[in-house]
Structure formats: C-alpha cells, structure tokens
Design a protein around this ligand. Structure first.
Ligand code: F6P
Length: 332
C-alpha cells in the first residue's frame, strides 16, 4: 500500500513546565511562550512543579494576562521540582493520559540536561512533540553559548565578590569564594575574570593545590588582597576544603571563606537573560507550529538555533578555555 507523505498534525494546545533548579529568566520564557501561542491562536496550559504536575494532573490554563508583570521576576510562577514518578514508564503513561485529558498536544519544557532527557524519553515513548528551552544558571548545556539564568547568576556572584574585595583589601586577607555550577565551572570562570580574581578553580581543568600555591606566592609579594574563586564541583573540594589545604601549607595567611550559595539563583533577570528568554519562547512556539519536535532552542554565535535533543543531552560543554588564559594574564 502506498502511504501518502504525512504532514504533522497542527499543534493547537501547548503545555508548559519548568523543571530542575529554578533560574532567573524562566518567568520571562514562560511569558514569551504563552504570549506567542496566543498570538498564533493556540491554547496554553501551565503545568505546576515540572513533570510532577504532569503526572499528578496539576494543570491550569494560562491566558495572556496570566503572565503579566512576570518578565522582571526571578524564580518560576509554575514552580519547579524533580519528579521520581516521571522516571518510570507508569509515571510517563499517566502524564500522557493527563495531556489527553486536557487536550494538550505538545510540550515546551524549560530546564537543563535532566529536563531534556525526560522530554526525549517521553517523546520516544508517546510521540509527544517537545521543544526544550534552556533554563539553568550553570551554563552547562551544549548547543547554546549561554543558558537562561547564567548571566544573572554570574552578575550576582560578581557583585558579591566585589564586596568581598572591599573588605579583603582593607585587611590584607586571602578569600576563598565558592560559587555554584554543579559539575561546571562556567560561573566561577566568568565571575572570576569579571571580578578580577587572582585564581579560579574549575572542575574542567585539573590545577591542583600546587599550582594555586604558586599563584598565591606570587600574589602575596605585591598584592594587599587575594581572591580565589572555587567552583563547587572542583576536584579539590569546595572553598572550605581548598582553604584548609592551603592553610596547612601556609599558616601565615589570614584566610576567610565565603560560600555564596542560593543567592545566585534568585533576583531579577538581567537584560541578556530576559532577551534570551523572550527569543527562546517565540522560537519554541514557532518551531512547534512548523512541526518541530525533540529540539532544543539555543543561541550560537548570536543566532537563535534549534538543535536535536540527542546532540545536546549528556554532552559535556567545554569551558571557554581562552578565558582561563586571559585570567592568568590579567591577574599578575
Ligand atoms: O543546577 C543549578 C544549581 O543551582 C547548581 O548550581 C547547584 O549545584 C544545584 O542547583 C543546587 O541544587 P539545590 O537547589 O537542589 O540545592
């Protein structure tokens, strides 16, 4: 039997969720998806607490005014969670039933690698078209130069390190400042260069304590303060571990440790994050209208692009190596 070429069924109703750690700019992305969908005459439903809400049927319609005055707000109005149930085939089957119950025929998921992994499996099992939008402060996703939330988090970390510099230079102190990033060093490196740190410890590059000690010895000869940024995933441990190891060899240093923590995740998104979120939301909906599925929206060299999930999921994103070199030059 001859099969006529099939055109994708038109998407009329999109479900949207945020999953994993929240990131500033997620709300701007939700707004962009909702407004773009309505612009094209589509319906949107908001799914609460990520995949958990899809499994448990915590779903409500989202109109254009439901996303008013959220572009400037950190966090996510849809809330976020990590769902154990969605990791199981039964959980995903329940999620599919709830999609049918509400008449949703496609999903936009905002999150990181784990979020896209779940979306991809869901697509393979149930054929639901899914588009992913990056939403994580870690900037650890391939297929995009930067993720929504990274710019805000890095600016926050930089401002805090600036404040630490004021007190560090007043007391001739050596500070170890720990920043987030999970297994990625992007926040540490970008914040380190922007704040003029003397040294940055990142998981992507094995420096070790010896190299750090060498840098500290050089700095101590001429500088009134030294700041070392430690990525939380560094192999030498967190900032407290690194400080302890340095202190064991250089007890004369007056050291202090600051762990910046979740302040990096909150706050109003920067212009860059709001723009990326707005562009991503529009592109996600337009991709679904065009029959796209199993794709992630990203921005590469300033151009918005769609990349298949299989090309980004589980792929380690290389650190911008030249920034490490630049830091080495500028911190003399
Ligand atoms: O992935 C974002 C992130 O903030 C990481 O940088 C950090 O390691 C982790 O989430 C913290 O997770 P939680 O909020 O569950 O403590």
């Amino acid at each position: 039997m001859n099969m006529a070429p099939t055109t994708p069924a038109p998407v009329g109703h999109i479900g949207i969720l945020t999953s994993g750690g929240d990131a500033p700019g997620m709300n701007a992305a939700i707004r962009a998806v909702v407004r773009t969908a309505h612009y094209y005459g589509m319906q949107v439903s908001g799914i609460m607490e990520g995949y958990k809400g899809l499994v448990q049927d915590a779903i409500r319609p989202l109109g254009v005014r439901d996303v008013s005055n959220i572009i400037q707000r950190g966090g996510t109005i849809l809330r976020s969670a990590r769902s154990k149930a969605f990791l199981t085939a039964e959980g995903r089957a329940a999620a599919k039933r709830n999609m049918e119950l509400h008449g949703m025929d496609a999903l936009v998921v905002i999150g990181g690698d784990g979020t896209f992994k779940g979306a991809s499996v869901f697509h393979q099992e149930h054929g639901v078209p899914v588009i992913g939008i990056t939403g994580t402060i870690d900037n650890d996703i391939n297929g995009t130069d930067t993720t929504i939330g990274f710019d805000t988090a890095t600016n926050t970390a930089m401002e805090l390190v600036d404040r630490i510099r004021d007190t560090a230079s007043s007391h001739d102190r050596l500070f170890f400042v720990e920043v987030m990033g999970r297994t990625a060093g992007a926040i540490a490196l970008h914040c380190g260069v922007a704040a003029g740190a003397e040294f940055v410890m990142v998981p992507e590059r094995k420096q070790g304590i010896d190299e750090l000690i060498g840098a500290l010895e050089r700095a101590a000869k001429t500088k009134s303060s030294v700041i070392v940024i430690v990525a939380e995933g560094d192999e030498e441990g967190g900032a407290y571990d690194v400080a302890r190891k340095v202190k064991a060899r250089f007890s004369h240093y007056d050291t202090r440790v600051s762990v910046l923590g979740h302040v990096q995740r909150g706050g109003n998104p920067t212009v860059a994050d709001r723009l990326l979120a707005s562009r991503s939301g529009v592109m996600a909906v337009e991709a679904l209208r065009a029959g796209g599925k199993n794709l992630m929206v990203g921005q590469l060299n300033g151009t918005m692009m769609l990349t298949p999930f299989e090309e980004v999921i589980g792929k380690a994103k290389p650190l911008e190596a030249d920034l490490l070199r630049i830091l080495g030059i500028l911190s003399i």
